[in-house]
Design a protein around this ligand. Structure first.
Ligand code: FRU
Length: 493
């Protein structure tokens, strides 16, 4: 039997057994055990709360709890007691992903109760509510489950019905819930309520077409810069040239939400991150009205070295990012608060590299931010090697003629092997340099790298697991590349 008490006692007693080698310095992790999706991301009473899918007892997925962390600035997180345990009949096999929302000063969580049966077809997923007046201790509602298979329209599988995202519109609450259509593919169902307890089905908000994945998960919907944006995490989206090579992919759809009809009209669909480890993002706004996103920084269907090498933990969240839309495209920037933790600035300006490579011995480190402005006009290829030692390296390369930026973790350290048909150890994104200039912002932590290209036009997020100290930084050029400026800061939280 899983209870909050058991989970919290276990965490207290066992967290000191976690191995420190790959523990991140400025990315959110749980004290011990497994985490996946961010849940219930909310700005509540002046602080950021982030919950997460959590199995404390092993570095593997198991019956899901909701872990809880809190922060004043999105960077420095404090761990709080586990918020939900799978301790009721209606959530006995897991408290799956969902939302937090404030109502009458209280924090409400809406999550999915996962119930297994003897056979797969006996699985049921139902929606539940938990309430807190202090943002720490939660009570599950007597009315649970508040949405069940009785609320499903035709053609919706009761086995795959999860991850409610709650939005308030005037006096009404809407819940977007991911569903598997019985005739195949993903869809988003829309429900409405006046009190978060009594729900009514409104519409099929959007239905996937052939080739758009087997199931959609973790929907998010918001308005930004005059557009509506729907984000979905898609299981089994087929690879399309350079896009969607991972088992699962995150897709952003810019369009228009018609609240009268309850339907979403698509304008432009894109992959949200071009890395190897990015899934199930959630967004919020805070009192500065920024649209802020964080995401699970891991991928399903691959070994996770902190598990297989017995470190006792698995999974972390990306650096929170601020979103904006320009030219009908989503840009992502690291939240400005990270700069408050920048230390020891080092700068290099106006260096030309011509068919040679240079190790910047003074610029070593394992936890840092790096910003590079390059002039690639006379260049053929630019290569940046980070987190390297004699045998290991993580490579970022730019092909100046093909305008291709590539991130390669083949030699980063412990190998990650996935269930994809072809192993995916590198990814590329087509990004034209702007007037022959390329801007890269790179955030490195003990076991991760996040690359922001041309002020966040594209991002690439990946975990990396060097086997030994890997702190060197090297730059090489084919043809002539000018480093207009290079700035590096250690990050100390
Ligand atoms: C996405 C997901 C969700 C589900 C949760 C279970 O990563 O599969 O759909 O709620 O993880 O942990």
């Amino acid at each position: 039997m899983y209870t909050l008490e058991r989970a919290n006692n276990y965490i207290k007693k066992s967290s000191n057994q976690v191995k420190q080698g790959y523990r991140h310095h400025y990315h959110l992790m749980a004290p011990i055990g497994w985490i996946n999706d961010p849940n219930g991301f909310i700005y509540y009473k002046g602080e950021y709360h982030l919950f997460y899918q959590y199995y404390p007892y092993k570095a593997e997925w198991g019956p899901m709890h909701w872990g809880h962390a809190k922060s004043k600035d999105l960077i420095k997180w404090e761990t709080f007691p586990v918020a939900l345990a799978p301790d009721q009949i209606y959530d006995k096999d897991g408290c799956f992903s969902g939302t937090a929302i404030e109502k009458d000063g209280k924090m409400y969580l809406m999550y999915t109760g996962h119930i297994m049966g003897e056979k797969d077809e006996d699985i049921r997923q139902v929606q539940c509510i938990a309430v807190s007046s202090d943002g720490i201790n939660f009570e599950k509602a007597e009315q649970n489950p508040v949405i069940t298979e009785d609320h499903l329209p035709k053609n919706a599988a009761p086995q795959d019905f999860r991850d409610p995202k709650v939005i308030k519109k005037g006096e009404l609450y809407f819940s977007l819930i991911a569903s598997k259509a019985e005739d195949g593919g993903g869809q988003i169902l829309l429900y409405k309520s006046r009190d978060l307890l009594d729900w009514e089905f409104v519409s099929v908000m959007l239905k996937g077409e052939e080739g758009e994945g087997a199931m959609w998960e973790c929907p998010d919907l918001f308005s930004l810069d005059g557009k509506d944006v729907l984000i979905i995490s898609v299981e089994g989206l087929p690879k399309q040239e350079m896009k969607f090579p991972n088992t699962h992919s995150v897709v952003s759809i810019i369009g228009k939400m018609d609240w009268e009809e309850g339907t979403f009209h698509k304008e432009k669909t894109e992959e949200l991150d071009y890395g190897l480890d990015f899934y199930a993002p959630q967004t919020i706004t805070d009192d500065s009205n920024r649209r802020i996103m964080t995401s699970w920084m891991q991928m399903w269907g691959r070994n996770i070295p902190t598990d297989t090498e017995n470190h006792g933990w698995a999974g972390a969240m990306t650096l929170p990012r601020e979103l904006s839309i320009k030219n009908n495209h989503i840009y992502q920037r690291p939240v400005g608060e990270i700069k408050n933790y920048y230390k020891n600035k080092q700068s290099i300006n106006n260096i030309r590299l011509k068919d040679n490579s240079k190790e910047f011995a003074g610029l070593s480190g394992e936890v840092y931010a790096l910003e590079l402005d390059l002039d690639t006009k006379m260049g053929k290829r630019f290569e940046l090697e980070v987190r390297s030692n004699e045998e290991e390296k993580t490579l970022i390369t730019y092909d100046c003629h093909a305008d291709l930026l590539e991130l390669n973790r083949k030699s980063s350290g412990v190998e990650l092997v996935g269930n994809e048909k072809e192993q995916v150890f590198k990814r590329a994104v087509y990004c034209e340099s702007e007037n022959d200039k390329l801007n890269l912002e790179i955030f490195v932590d003990r076991a991760s790298i996040e690359v922001f290209i041309n002020k966040g036009k594209f991002t690439m997020t990946s975990t990396i697991y060097p086997k030994k100290k890997a702190d060197k930084l090297k730059i090489a050029a084919e043809g002539e590349i000018e480093i207009i400026s290079l700035n590096k800061w250690d990050i100390e939280v």
